[in-house]
Write a protein that binds this ligand. Structure first.
Ligand SMILES: Cc1cc2nc3c(=O)[nH]c(=O)nc-3n(C[C@H](O)[C@H](O)[C@H](O)COP(=O)(O)O)c2cc1C
Ligand SMILES: [Mn+2]
Length: 448
């Protein structure tokens, strides 16, 4: 696999999946505009080589803009992605501690710390300011000392101050609250510019208490190499481009937002924890990485798709062993709508699948269950099942209010949603009435 981000960028460049942009770009909107476009045209990742006001810096954007790029990051084909991801995610290889690494080449401490010298990007029109959007945050549970790795945006607040949008329904947010209960801050390292397995692994839906570096190790087939931080008792990837070390300020909150979020709408201003930066280490000529979030599809969607599909597949399989396919849909922001194809052996088992998945609280608002002859990736086929195999008064389940990790702007209260499921499977024993029409010999037609 790849030693570091630079190794991966060379691999992408050989496959024409990395474009160097030499014209000068402004970190305010212009970089994000490039990422928006490449996301929309299924283009390559972008390496901006000339940044207005930030001589010597390069900015990488859209590294996971498409599914193809996510697949390349795991070294598998796009078609095999879910199948391979399901196996690799369970492999778990623990990280390895090393004495030092490239990220220690430069170290800013004390008065040298100046976040304004990093080329932070302002993305969407109404964003309140520049954010770090794809840093892997590493923190340790105050009770057990077990690490967690996840991604949380950070708003630039001052030379050594960032917000840290980690709500309580995410593991890091919970750790911040646990530390605050002890009257302390939580030490957090943020690694910007790491190899793809770490980013993809950070999105795995694994329980609290599982160190996502073990997942990343499994995904890359070798341990992630970690070094100790300089000012906090946390470890970070030795080959990161940049590591920002810091500690949250207990009890302190700051207005954060509006910010263009994954539902494709702006989140309102929220109260976020605040991080005081204690050191910044980096490689020579560091590459700063940013990611766009917004209307699907962006890298905030492609990165979550397989993590979500994997957990949905596993949970549905506990109810119905013969789950044939699972798709979280792009229009559903890769979070809100899952389509599950099953081979049912009991008339009502689709309803159990619906209830099980909606109760996960991972953001699902809609579950559509179809038979195995429906292509879950084809919206026409799915709609055809809805329009020929389903009666709304009989086959829809509506759940009035459940806890749910969601930024859906239609919800009545934050982190709360109503949810619904549709059983679009045909009744057992009456299959002939619902059978898809076929014309024999289509595959033998050679003139088209
Ligand atoms: C590009 C990107 C940006 C993200 N930004 C945030 C964020 O600002 N806040 C947040 O809570 N989750 C954010 N996430 C989602 C979390 O990183 C993700 O749910 C993660 O799996 C949570 O880890 P946990 O299960 O250890 O809590 C982001 C994900 C991606 C891919
Ligand atoms: Mn976690």
């Amino acid at each position: 696999m790849f030693e570091d981000l630079r190794g991966y960028l060379s691999y992408l460049e050989e496959r024409e999946q990395l474009l160097r942009v030499s014209e000068e770009v402004d970190p305010k909107y212009e970089i994000a505009a490039g990422i928006r476009k490449t996301s929309d045209v299924c283009g390559p990742a972008l390496l901006f080589e000339s940044i207005k006001g930030f001589a010597g810096w390069r900015v990488l954007g859209g590294l996971f803009a498409t599914r193809k790029l996510v697949a390349l990051g795991l070294g598998v084909s796009e078609e095999q992605l879910l199948e391979r991801y399901l196996t690799l995610e369970e492999k778990r290889i623990p990280p390895e501690m090393v004495q030092t690494g490239p990220v220690k080449e430069i170290c800013w401490r004390g008065d040298e710390i100046d976040l304004f010298r990093l080329p932070m990007v302002t993305h969407s029109e109404k964003d309140v300011g520049p954010y770090i959007t794809i840093g892997a945050q590493i923190g340790k549970d105050p009770d057990t000392g077990i690490r967690n790795v996840s991604i949380h945006r950070m708003l630039l607040l001052g030379k050594d101050r960032l917000s840290l949008w980690a709500p309580a329904d995410h593991h890091l947010g919970r750790m911040i609250l646990k530390a605050e209960e002890r009257g302390r801050g939580l030490e957090v390292a943020t690694a910007v510019g790491v190899e793809p397995a770490i980013i993809i692994g950070s999105q795995a839906k694994v329980p609290f208490g599982v160190d996502e570096f073990h997942v990343a190790g499994g995904l890359r087939g070798a341990p992630v190499k970690l070094v100790k931080c300089e000012t906090i008792d946390v470890e970070a990837p030795a080959a990161s481009e940049i590591v920002i070390e810091g500690v949250t300020l207990p009890g302190e909150r700051v207005a954060d937002g509006p910010y263009g979020e994954y539902p494709g709408t702006y989140s309102e201003s929220k109260q976020s924890p605040v991080l005081k930066v204690t050191a910044i280490t980096m490689r020579q000529n560091p590459i700063y990485q940013t990611a766009l979030t917004g209307l699907p599809v962006t890298e905030n969607h492609t990165l979550i798709e397989y993590a979500n599909a994997a957990v949905i597949y596993r949970e549905a399989k506990k109810i119905v062993p013969e789950v044939k396919a699972v798709h979280v849909t792009p229009g559903g922001t890769f979070r809100h709508h899952a389509v599950v194809a099953i081979k049912k052996r009991h008339e009502e088992e689709a309803r159990n699948v619906i209830l099980a998945l909606l109760s996960l609280g991972i953001g699902l608002k809609q579950v559509t269950v179809v038979d195995e002859d429906i292509d879950v990736y084809d919206p026409v086929d799915v709609e055809w099942a809805l329009s020929t195999r389903m009666q709304p008064d009989r086959d829809i389940i509506i759940i009035p209010r459940i806890a749910c990790s969601t930024l859906d702007p239609s919800v009545p209260k934050p982190r709360t949603t109503a949810a619904w499921g549709v059983d679009a499977t045909m009744p057992m024993g009456e299959r002939e009435r619902f059978e898809k029409i076929k014309v024999p010999g289509v595959e033998k037609v050679k003139y088209l």
